[in-house]
Design a protein around this ligand. Structure first.
Ligand code: PEP
Length: 252
């Protein structure tokens, strides 16, 4: 990996009430206080954002949101705006997670709008992309990713995208216990980096963090992190317990 600071992010999905989220955040702060040169992010549910922010304040952990809506405010029941996320203390926003694409009709077009609003507010987007098992089996992995990237990043300029990270998350590996092999992940990360280079330029491609997600655990993080184009991880299940997440953060 060239000069890219790794990002290890925990997606807490729809787990943990306010008290549980505060408790896990408290524990994590202590467990990773000695970690340097790695960006750490946790994304709790919306109701816990501000509370968790207080717990991690002054630590080496940043706050992320699991979603954002592109309008500034208005009659959009159930949605959350950039201003709300900023006031809760967020730095990052996870966009286009496969669960949002699968269950909540997220499309490449809505992903594009969400990235735009995130960048305008100086929050850092983490764009999630990935193929399903069927797409992989029918050899469509690269064409699916190509479209997700081109449509998701449509109309952005080079300057817009320097805070963007991409999370490659094969859908068949999320929450299934099946991890892509390090070689499979590296092959795709390399493809993503060369696509960014073609669509934008090589500087952006070589500085952009491309992180892997899909059943990352303490026992597979090191081999993944050893691959040239893997710059970190987006972790679901194994980020829910502070101990296992801290082991991933420390590649122990
Ligand atoms: C995720 O939610 O982004 C994820 C990768 O989940 P898991 O680690 O549980 O597979």
């Amino acid at each position: 990996m060239q000069n890219r600071v790794p990002l290890i992010a925990g997606n807490w999905k729809m787990y943990k009430n306010c008290f549980e989220a505060e408790h896990t955040a408290d524990e994590l702060v202590k467990l990773v206080s000695d970690v340097k040169n790695i960006d750490i992010m946790i994304a709790p549910s919306f109701t816990s954002l501000a509370l968790v922010n207080k717990k991690i304040s002054g630590s080496n952990i940043s706050l992320g949101a699991q979603n954002i809506f592109w309008e500034d405010e208005g009659a959009f029941t159930g949605e959350i705006s950039k201003n709300m996320l900023i006031s809760a203390g967020c730095t990052y926003v996870i966009i286009g997670h496969s669960e949002r694409r699968q269950y909540f009709n997220e499309t490449n077009k809505t992903v594009n709008k969400k990235i735009k609003t995130t960048l305008e507010s100086k929050l850092k987007p983490v764009l999630c992309i990935g193929e399903t098992e069927l797409e992989r089996e029918s050899k469509k992995t690269f064409s699916v990713l190509d479209k997700q990237i081109k449509d998701g990043l449509q109309d952005f300029t080079l300057e817009d995208l320097d805070s963007l990270s991409i999370a490659y998350e094969p859908v068949w590996a999320i929450g299934t216990g099946k991890t892509a092999t390090k070689e499979q992940a590296q092959e795709v990360h390399k493809f993503i980096r060369s696509l960014i280079s073609k669509e934008f330029n090589t500087e952006l491609a070589s500085s952009m963090r491309i992180i892997y997600g899909g059943s990352v655990k303490p026992d597979n993080i090191s081999e993944l992190m050893n691959m040239t184009d893997i710059d970190g991880a987006l972790v679901g299940g194994a980020s829910l317990k502070s101990k296992s997440f801290s082991k991933i953060i420390k590649f122990e």
